[in-house]
Design a protein around this ligand. Structure first.
Ligand code: PAF
Length: 282
């Protein structure tokens, strides 16, 4: 497995690739990430993973400084998964000057849900993903980028960016990997205490129940939804969570659903100091 610490090194390593398959990450890898590598491998002629903790997508009070940096373990996992190239740029290489030119997500999609509770998050994500895409795919006629559906809204923001900017690559979404009890795998699960880890699955259980309630109310969804969402959030709050949102949206644009729309249930809530997100297509 080759390692590139700069864009120039990456381009050398990818000189002979005509269709890279790319998995962007912030490191602290778990089985969810290695599944993305497994899915990416047959899609291109060279599998590339990036490891870069992107300052631009963290709010000042968030965990940029404490975000786990686990370089040796990450490389071992990527190598075992059959990754060909790891791109781990230094911050000064990806951001050699203050990044004043940014990629702004469409506010209709990017300023709701995660974007409402983490203002600027999707601008930070879109900007770094565009820079990573330019690093990996520049000069290539085609390629594929693989993202987890756990970050459902992020996947939609990236798809929209790729589509509207006509980038010559495909974006593939991969199902969320879950622990045996149903908790979605996330690097941030490592912040949970033992008691919090046992409680954490309640977010996905609450979302599943909200999904069932929404399907049962399908004919008059618009009328019943506010009460169903409020009930789901109250249930978690009673258990000690701080809820940002538990909501049912239509899949294609994450706006409020009408009868007959394909649906997705999404949620974000804090357990102690740890903010978790999850979602289910229903
Ligand atoms: O999903 C993530 O890990 C990050 O948001 C990403 C896509 C690597 C951009 O920093």
């Amino acid at each position: 497995m080759l390692i590139a610490r700069s864009i120039a090194e990456l381009r050398q390593h990818l000189a002979h690739s005509s269709r890279p398959a790319f998995v962007p990450t912030m490191g602290n890898l778990h089985a969810g990430h290695t599944t993305l590598i497994d899915r990416a491998k047959p899609l291109g002629d060279c599998t590339v993973a990036s490891i870069f903790v992107n300052r631009l997508q963290f709010l000042p009070h968030e965990d940029f400084d404490s975000y786990p940096r686990t370089w040796e373990a990450d490389c071992a996992k990527l190598e075992a998964a059959g990754c060909d190239v790891v791109f781990a740029p230094r911050e000064t290489d990806l951001y050699p000057e203050r990044q004043t030119v940014k990629v702004q997500a469409d506010p209709v999609l990017g300023d709701i849900l995660e974007g409402e509770f983490r203002p600027g998050f999707f601008t930070g994500v879109s900007t770094v993903v565009m820079k990573l895409f330019m690093s990996v795919f520049a000069g290539k006629a085609e390629g594929v980028a693989v993202f987890g559906k756990k970050d459902y809204q992020q996947l939609m923001v990236i798809r929209q960016m790729v589509r509207q900017l006509a980038l010559p690559l495909e974006v593939m979404g991969v199902e969320t990997c879950r622990a045996a009890d149903g908790l979605a795998l996330s690097s941030r699960n490592g912040y949970l205490s033992e008691a919090e880890r046992a409680e954490a699955v309640q977010l996905s259980l609450a979302l599943r129940e909200l999904g069932r309630d929404a399907l049962a109310a399908a004919d008059a969804l618009h009328t019943h939804l506010p009460a169903l969402e409020a009930k789901a959030m109250a249930g978690l709050r009673q258990r000690g969570w701080q809820t940002d949102y538990l909501t049912v949206r239509r899949r294609h644009d994450l706006q409020a659903p009408q009868a007959g729309d394909a649906l997705v249930v999404l949620g974000a809530a804090k357990l102690g100091a740890t903010r978790l997100i999850d979602n289910f297509e229903i």
